[in-house]
Ligand binder design. Structure first.
Ligand code: DOR
Ligand code: ZN
Length: 438
C-alpha cells in the first residue's frame, strides 16, 4: 500500500451524512487524519487526486463478514478477505466469530486481532461468540471479551434457544455496554430442519427453502431486550413478519436496530432453482412479498443498515448436492454495486440513505464512530471511499480478490463502483487494483 503523509482529493462530490456535508469540495488528509474539507485547498507537498464528477464518501463499513480465520483458511483468510473488502470500497469490517475454534475467549480474540494487524489492509474488528463453543449452553465471559475488544456478542449461524440464557446475555450486554447481536432462527425448527436435511436423498434439490420461525425468534429476542433494557441488533432480516416486529418495537421505544443483506433485498426463493447452491443461505431466500417488505423496511428506517454477510465457502463444498452444500454466499465485492444499481437507481433508497446505511449508521451501532469511523469529521481518521457512479461493470467471480467464488450475482451488469479506497493515509485500492507496497 502506498503511504503518503498528505493526500489532497480535489473537486469530488463529498457526501458525509454525519456532518451534513454535501457538495463539491476538496479533502485534505494529513498524517492519517482528515485535515480539512473546503473549496480550493492548495497544498504544495501533497499527492493530488482528481475526483471531479466522483463521489467522495466516508470509508464504507461492513459489520457482518465471515473471514474464516482461524481454522478455515481454505475458504478465506484475513489477508484475502481484507483485500476483497478494499476492492469493494470497504475500509472497516467486523468479523463473525464462528471460526474454528470460535472466538469465545479473550485470549483467542486478542491473538486474532494481533494477526489482523499484520494481515488486514482495512480496519479489522471482531465480534465474540455469545456462548462457549457456539453451542448455545454457556454464556461467554462478556466483561473480559468486551475488555479484549469484542464489538458485539453473536452466535451467528446458530440460534440461542434458551430464553434465560438470551436474557442473561442481554443483561450482561447492558451492564458492560456491548451489543447483543443474535442469529434469529427458532431452534426447535432449526434442529428439525437439520434432521430432515440429513435424511433427504443427496440428489434432492430444494425448490422452496425450509421453513424457519425467524419472526418468532425476532419477537422473543426483542421482548427479552426490552425487559433487560439492553441494546439489540438483529442480523440479516429476511421476513415481512420480522420487519413488522421490529417496527412495532421501535415504535414503543425498544433499543433495537436491524440489518438487511443485498441477497435478501434482491433475490427471492425462485432464484434457488436457477442458481443452485450459491443461493443457499441462512436465513434462506424468501417470497417476493418478503423481499418487498424488507425493501420497504430498509427505506422507511425500520431496517437501519446494509451488511453483506460475506460467507465464503470452497468451490468443492458448493459443488455438493443442494442438501449437502453449506449455507452462505459472498458479498464484499458486489454489495456497493448492487445497492447503487438496484436500490438507488430505481429510487428505492436515496443515495444519501444508501451511504448513511453503509457508513455512519453501522459505525454507530457497533460503537465505531468514536474512533472516527463512518464520517469525514476533521481531526479524525481518514478512511475514504471514492466512487465512480457512472462506471458500468459486470460481476466476474474470477476477478475477485476473495478466495471464494460462491456468488449468486456472477454475470450481473452493475453501474457504480469504488475506484479508490483510502485507509488512514494508505491508498489500499486504486482502479480495481490492490496497492500492496510503495
Ligand atoms: O448463510 C449463512 N452462512 N448464514 C449464517 O448465518 C452463517 C454463514 C456461514 O458461516 O457460512
Ligand atoms: Zn453471517
Amino acid at each position: 500500500m502506498i503511504n503518503y503523509k498528505k493526500i489532497l482529493i480535489k473537486n469530488g462530490n463529498v457526501l458525509d451524512i454525519a456532518n451534513k456535508k454535501a457538495g463539491v469540495f476538496d479533502v485534505l488528509i494529513d498524517s492519517s487524519r482528515i485535515k480539512k474539507i473546503s473549496k480550493n485547498i492548495d497544498v504544495k507537498d501533497a499527492l493530488v487526486i482528481d475526483a471531479k464528477d466522483k463521489l467522495v464518501v466516508p470509508g464504507l463499513v461492513d459489520v457482518h463478514v465471515h473471514l474464516r480465520q482461524p481454522g478455515q483458511e481454505y475458504k478465506e483468510d484475513i489477508y484475502t478477505g481484507s483485500r476483497a473488502a478494499a476492492a469493494g470500497g470497504f475500509t472497516t469490517v467486523v468479523a463473525e466469530p464462528n471460526t474454528c475454534p470460535p472466538i469465545d475467549t479473550p485470549s483467542r480474540l486478542i491473538q486474532l486481532l494481533k494477526i489482523a494487524k499484520k494481515e488486514s489492509i482495512v480496519n479489522y474488528y471482531s465480534k465474540s461468540a455469545m456462548t462457549a463453543g457456539l453451542n448455545g449452553y454457556r454464556l461467554v465471559n462478556v466483561e473480559n471479551l468486551k475488555f479484549a475488544g469484542a464489538r458485539a456478542i453473536s452466535d451467528d449461524g446458530h440460534p440461542v434457544s434458551g430464553d434465560r440464557l438470551m436474557f442473561n446475555a442481554l443483561k450482561k450486554g447492558k451492564e458492560y455496554d456491548i451489543l447483543v447481536n443474535p442469529h434469529c432462527e427458532e431452534s426447535e425448527l432449526y434442529r428439525r430442519r437439520q434432521k430432515e436435511k440429513s435424511k433427504r436423498k443427496s440428489s434432492d434439490t430444494v425448490a422452496n427453502p425450509p421453513y424457519t420461525a425467524e419472526g418468532r425468534f425476532v419477537m422473543r429476542d426483542i421482548e427479552l431486550a426490552e425487559k433487560a433494557g439492553a441494546r439489540i441488533h438483529i442480523s440479516h432480516v429476511s421476513l415481512a413478519q420480522s420487519v413488522n416486529e421490529i417496527a412495532k418495537a421501535k415504535e414503543r421505544g425498544v433499543n433495537v436496530t436491524a440489518e438487511a443483506t443485498p441477497h435478501h433485498l434482491l433475490l427471492s426463493e425462485e432464484a434457488i432453482k436457477e442458481i443452485g447452491t450459491n443461493a443457499k443461505v441462512n436465513p434462506p431466500l424468501r417470497s417476493k412479498e418478503d423481499v418487498e417488505a424488507v425493501r420497504r423496511g430498509l427505506a422507511n428506517g425500520t431496517i437501519d443498515i446494509i451488511a453483506s454477510d460475506h460467507a465464503p465457502h470452497s468451490a468443492k463444498e458448493k459443488s455438493l448436492p443442494y442438501n449437502k452444500a453449506p449455507f452462505g454466499l459472498i458479498g464484499l465485492e458486489t454489495t456497493l454495486g448492487l445497492v447503487l444499481t438496484y436500490l438507488v437507481r430505481p429510487g428505492i433508497l436515496t443515495l444519501q440513505q444508501a451511504i448513511e446505511k453503509m457508513t455512519i449508521l453501522p459505525a454507530k451501532i457497533f460503537g465505531l464512530d468514536k474512533f472516527g469511523i463512518g464520517s469525514l469529521t476533521p481531526g479524525t481518521r481518514a478512511d475514504i471511499t471514492v466512487i465512480d457512479m457512472k462506471k458500468k461493470w459486470k460481476v466476474d467471480v474470477n476477478k475477485f480478490f476473495s478466495k471464494a467464488r460462491n456468488c449468486p450475482f456472477d454475470g450481473w451488469k452493475l453501474q457504480g463502483k469504488a475506484i479508490l479506497t483510502i485507509v488512514g493515509n494508505k491508498i489500499v485500492m486504486k482502479d480495481g487494483k490492490i496497492i500492496e507496497s510503495i
